[in-house]
Design a protein around this ligand. Sequence first.
Ligand code: S3P
Length: 450
Amino acid sequence: MSGHGTPIPMTSRKAGPLKGDAHVPGDKSISHRSLILGAMAVGETRITGLLEGEDVLDTAKAMRSFGATVTDHGSGEWSVHGVGVGGFMEPDHVIDCGNSGTGVRLIMGAAATTPITVTYTGDASLNGRPMGRVTDPLALFGSQAFGREGGRLPMTLVGAADPVPVVYEVPVPSAQVKSAVLLAGLNAPGQTVVIEKEATRDHTERMLQGFGAELSVEENEDGRRITLTGQPELQPQTIVVPRDPSSAAFPVCAAIITPGSDVLVPNIGLNPTRAGLFTTLQEMGADLVYENMREEGGEPVADLRAKFSPNLKGIAVPPARAASMIDEYPVLSVVAAFADGVTDMQGVKELRVKESDRIDAMAKGLRAAGVTVDEGDDWWTVTGLGQGNVPGGVRVASQLDHRIAMAFMVMGMATEKPMTVDDGSPIATSFPIFEDLMGSLGANITRANS
Ligand code: S3P
């Protein structure tokens, strides 16, 4: 099954040393937010380094449907002429967010406090994911949602005509939910407050402040309390999108497990709410260093140098770190297969409601490839076989999930026999240059079956 046209089986074979520079695409989270906040500002926002993956392109299309002028100037340069907070017009067709949970949830929030009726849909993966986690808090503003059983897409959301501000404690660690509430709060009079017990990625807060909204954050041992004053006039911005740490994870992990490798991944955003994987890899004994540490646009940025690391050790990943590496567990589980000992990943229930059930998808493929995986509702462990001992040699299902497909392609670079995924087409949602980039480093990924 594919939600992206014809399935594209891909095979990754043992690679020679990976060498060179890996220029990964722009950050997906920041790209979505640049387009949405640009559409809610008055005037023209300029964006450089936008991720031109399918997920973000679907958000660009959606912003056009709401009345913003979104222009692609080529080479990652985009402009958005916004319609202002509360200025979204009612789209005359269904908004299709493809594979993107971030896209649909943030857009639902942004449109929920304007009196327009909008119907949303997505691919088979997105239409299976829970939307109640955003439509429940959005109902507090006065919006109404009519969806399929279990709060699933396709779904129609009727925006509030007289929105009221809300105080909302996010029940699951989710930047998407937090962001949906904050974006809805933009068009509610008075102060909207969001409380999160665990810190999740804070791009929405930082960018709202950048666009001129009045937003403050109080942090204490109970978590973070974010207060937003509604109905600001957002000022258009010039945004340089940093490169995505979640995409950097793939060449970094590939270099760590592939003998002889030495790869530089330049200009990676190391916002602490995103960098948990790199700390974890260092704790496992990976030869991974930050070079040229600097600050750009208020964010820590560095070049990552990753080298083959033959003596990796399994570790217990602290559950408190989960939110800062939530998208990186699939590729971490691959690295764990090449370590000695057990890698223990706890407090990761959210992995079960991503583009796929990521614990299930990885466990199935890893087990088929000869690796022992144990799992429970919110935890899993991988028992490593050590470098040079992971059999591979199987075809696994990517389950319409870009990160599952890329994780198994990385795995095939160091397994004894090749790894095949049944469908690599979802990779285009977040990392459209993955095959070319990995090929330029020395990887051997082909689109045939064997
Ligand atoms: C994202 C938040 C995370 C992450 C997703 C991007 C965002 O999802 O998995 O890839 O940009 O806000 P959750 O908020 O559901 O954890």
